[in-house]
Design a protein. Sequence first.
Length: 734
Amino acid sequence: MKYKLKISGMTCATCVKRVTTALMSLSWVISASVNLATNSAHVTAAADAFDLHEANQALSRAGEYRAFTEEAKGEAGMEERERRRLRRAIVRLTLSCVLAAATLTLAMGGEYLGVGKELSRWLQFALATPVYFYGGWPFLRGMVNAIRRFTADMNTLVGLGSSAAYWFSAVGMVIPGVLPAELMHEGRAPIYFETAAAIIALILVGKTLEEWTKGKTAGSIRSLMKLTPPTATVIREGEPVDVPIREIAPDDLLLVRPGDRIAVDGEIVEGRSAVDESMVSGEPLPVEKVPGDNVLAGTVNTSGSFRFRATKVGSDTVLAQIIELVREAQSSKAPIQGLADHVASIFVPAVIVLAVIAFILWLIFGPSPTLAFALVVAISVLIVACPCALGLATPAALVVGIGKAAENGILIRSGEALERISGCDTVLVDKTGTLTEGRPFVTGLQPSDETSEDEVLRLAAALEANSEHPLARAVVDAARERGITEYPAVGDFANHAGQGVSGIVDGGEVLVGRASLFEERGITVAEIPTSGTTTYVSRGRVVLGAITLDDRVKPDSAEAVSLIKRMGYRVVMITGDVKAAAGRVASETGVDGFIAEVMPEDKAAHVKAVQEEGGKVIMVGDGINDAPALAQADVGIAIGGGTDVAIESAGVILMRNSLADAVRAVEISRQTLRLIKQNLFWAFAYNITLIPVAMGILYPFGGPLLKPIFAAFAMAFSSVTVVGNSLRLKLLRV
């Protein structure tokens, strides 16, 4: 079974690694995926073995982490908790920044304010102390806990750096005699209170901005959750009553007025309207709804009133399933994150070692006073190396990218699926329902010399209006499109299974059907070669004409295929239809090739054949008949999954029945992966570049020495840059 957990106490990539290891150490945990950007974990546990208390014991051994279920807190409680935490962070940040700014002002120019040197030193001590103990408390507590467990993380680096600066200065103020004489200047020991205060204030700026921007990345989930109204109008004993949504049960009858948001999934039983389904499906235009049609929770009734019977409520609704899929996907990991996790697991201990090495070297070879100089260098190394940016590089981009896709009716089910799309080179596309409409349309009319197209269609529609066959519906729809809505009366109507229909119209027998029906009556027809189906129409024994019906290519299929090919993919159509029909659709859409007369169960074998030749395959199908092929492909894209979002065989689900959304899915995937690579590059480049500078490698050659204050600013800025870069995906037009 799968469980969703919120994890508190995580601050960097090292924490993610530690929490994952702790959860995986539990015997009943099958898999665990931890996400820093959402402060969450998805745990797959053995049946009925989940134990939150045991999980928290394991997390406590790993660090100051705590897990709690979303069900226990409730979604509203979760949001309120996040808001309180952000408010506390802002208060801590504001106080620290004000006091740190005052400390820095005194340190850099107290004499210009008329403050004596000795008074300035004591004022700096007084101002920096609350910053260190209150502002820096989260880091100090984390550092102590990490040391107790013989581990290290971001808190260790910040805590060690700020503590070294603060306590060296405090000792120099209170008991200067314990410090070496060569450190003294004008009888006073050097102080670095402004460094300790500025380090904490700047890192709090970065962490607070990071928390705020992380909250922005998860906005898609909150937007989806707000689609469900708190109450709905239910018909009880014949009267409309407003009830909380949690009290609605299957088979309840609900009333929906114009402007109302639909609370649960159901089927219309009375009335008609147009419903805006854009927030669920991404479809921009309202959809006409009549009795018998389905409506979905979260959609908006735009015009008339109607009553519908609830079929799915609570977590069973399509909207609830969408939210769950998006949440799971945002908490998943892309394979590329494995590199960041591996680096993070050894990064912090390595930084501490480098800081110690730098301290020793400068203590031996540094300029006078060597102890102060070596201390400043070590502090800079510790501060500049915090791996926050590294930990956020992948999950921040994933959360935004998957959320952006969901807003456009595209459900990307995992970070792995999102990453794999860009690595594929072949797209196999199902024909029926994917490239084509999936239902017959009248594509040609051939009247005899004695009649007209409209007359052929009018007589055919008069008979076919009595049939429910898809071909019959197509003929009636074609007549309606031509404005033919009134038909002659039909007597003695008969349905000839698999062949056609017949009836008496205006005193004569009219036949509508296949050539075989006419041959049985001794009526000769000239068969028309076509990739579709030909229906003939006769009155008496005279053939009046023929109607050609075929599955019509969707208006956007050819453009979608062209765009996919332009992206560098080879596009091959695969279908169970005959070669003639497949060839026509291939020609109209411009695919690179096609495979026809393939049974649904054999499509997976064709996918595998491409893979065995070294290809990486995206399979696009309807998610039902194509399920084996979708599962076999490197990435399966189920098209038209609006009412069945829980398709297990597909990595990507398109809510709308349009291949154009597959193009959008590929574009979002590519842009997200590009941002992940950018984030990882800058996170790695930042540390690789600045750690040597902080160690003072340029100083002997006349280069700059990275002071702790600037190191703190750079560290804070790097995290915000990574999250801000990820948020650019929100501006992507697809």
